[in-house]
Design a protein around this ligand. Sequence first.
Ligand code: VGL
Ligand code: ZN
Length: 203
Amino acid sequence: MRALLIVDVQNDFCPGGALEVPNGDKVVPVINNLTERFDNIIQTQDWHPRGHWSFASSYPSKEAFESTELQYGEQVLWPDHCVQGEKGSEFHPDLNTVPTQMVIRKGFRKSIDSYSAFYENDFQTTTGLTGYLSERNLDPIYIAGLATDFCVKWSVLDGLKEGFQVYVVEDAIRGININGSVDKALEEMASEGARFVKSYEVE
Ligand code: VGL
Ligand code: ZN
């Protein structure tokens, strides 16, 4: 049985938000339309404590969009975003979350960021999503949401690594785009075996 995975469609990733994705809100009507065609829907929610180590504000000498080294490797530093319990971490108000069966919160450990819906950025700490999908017999996974070059990309790559068939709904994603990172992400997902579909091609 197929599933729809909606990644991080939250206020802070939409225009006016703390880490806005250009036209991020444009995915909302496309996703609302898609949800009508899926019986199994999962959402992710970026969910950081204050002082999270992925926030540039946690380092006196760093600016947002610079990088630093954490135990697990390079980490891009972000403006404070998706702080637990705050408005910015809420789902976009127009997103229809009623049919969603499972919400995976991620990035709640201060010292580890988490882009992927499956694993945190140390590539070891699991969110439990593989088990959930497997136990419910859900495969293939259709992925939509924000941002193409970070949380969507890593969710797609991990989904493939975990052995799922993954479809990227290409008109239901938008990216941040740092130095061509959107095009690179699309290439990487394709070369690892992701398939691309348009929302109207999904029956
Ligand atoms: C994301 C950067 C930081 C995303 C989350 O949802 O793509 N990007 N946290
Ligand atoms: Zn984040």
